[in-house]
Design a protein around this ligand. Structure first.
Ligand code: ATP
Length: 237
């Protein structure tokens, strides 16, 4: 499969300090890639760098287009949706309004209603709660809303930052099962940062291990899952 996202020599950081030091990473068209690593390694910063939310240097190509100098809105408009840590839903707005906002960068307004119904198909609970304020949803429902909102962009790539964070194990399983369906049915690629390495490696085709701002291991998920260091540090084996 060809590369949808290709990152070469990416450095990024806050203020004067670099958190990422020349990372290389690829996400295949329609593929799922996971980025693993300890706290503070720079995983969130990598997603922010792709979305244009932090200072960065190096090359980031999306569908062959250089995006490393583009503004966040233009990156979204090209088809990269970002589900940030902490979900980023608008707490006082209803489920329905949050979904409408997800479609904001799009220009094909008439199709948006149909797409809301389409995402309800993945997340029926959101249809039941569509008038409710996002802030009143459970943690799992809020995470589902965050993913549903990202889908409203009709993205080619979704960046997911710790989707399982703070959720009960059963809810996490349900969420990952839905992500797997979304990936299959929407042919959307995903780059997932996740503490639950086992689940992430199950869903992903490719995996990268980031430590203190550098990629120290990469490969097919099943191979990375066999790596001794990954097994002992991330899989509790
Ligand atoms: P975690 O799992 O803890 O979120 P992470 O791998 O996602 O870890 P990042 O959140 O990317 O790591 O953080 C990498 C480094 O950048 C850390 O040292 C962190 O303190 C620092 N950092 C993160 N956000 C900011 C910020 N807004 N300003 C300054 N430094 C930051």
């Amino acid at each position: 499969m060809s590369a949808l996202l290709q990152i070469c020599g990416l450095s990024a950081g806050y203020g004067r300090a670099d958190v990422l030091n020349g990372i290389e990473l690829t996400v295949a068209e329609g593929g799922v890639t996971t980025l693993l690593g300890p706290n503070g390694a720079g995983k969130t910063t990598t997603l922010r760098a792709i979305s244009g939310l932090v200072r960065r240097t190096g090359s980031i190509r999306f569908q062959g287009v250089a995006i490393e100098t583009l503004a966040t809105e233009d990156i979204a408009r090209l088809g990269i949706a970002h589900v940030p840590e902490g979900r980023g839903t608008f707490q006082r707005m209803s489920v329905f309004e949050n979904l409408q906002l997800g479609a904001m960068p799009r220009r094909d307004m008439p199709k948006i209603r149909a797409d809301i119904e389409r995402v309800y198909g993945y997340f029926p609970i959101l249809k039941q709660r569509y008038t409710q304020a996002a802030g009143l949803l459970s943690g799992g429902e809020q995470q589902m809303l965050a993913v549903a909102r990202a889908l409203m962009l009709r993205p080619k790539l979704i960046l997911l930052d710790e989707p399982s964070f703070g959720l009960a194990p059963l809810v996490v399983r349900e969420l990952f099962a839905i992500l797997s369906r979304v990936r299959r049915d929407e042919k959307v690629a995903m780059l997932i940062v996740e503490q639950n390495a086992r689940l992430a490696l199950e869903l992903a085709d490719d995996a990268y291990l980031l430590e203190t701002g550098r990629i120290v291991l990469s490969g097919k998920s099943q191979d990375v899952a066999q790596n001794e260091r990954v097994r002992s540090a991330y899989l509790g084996a």
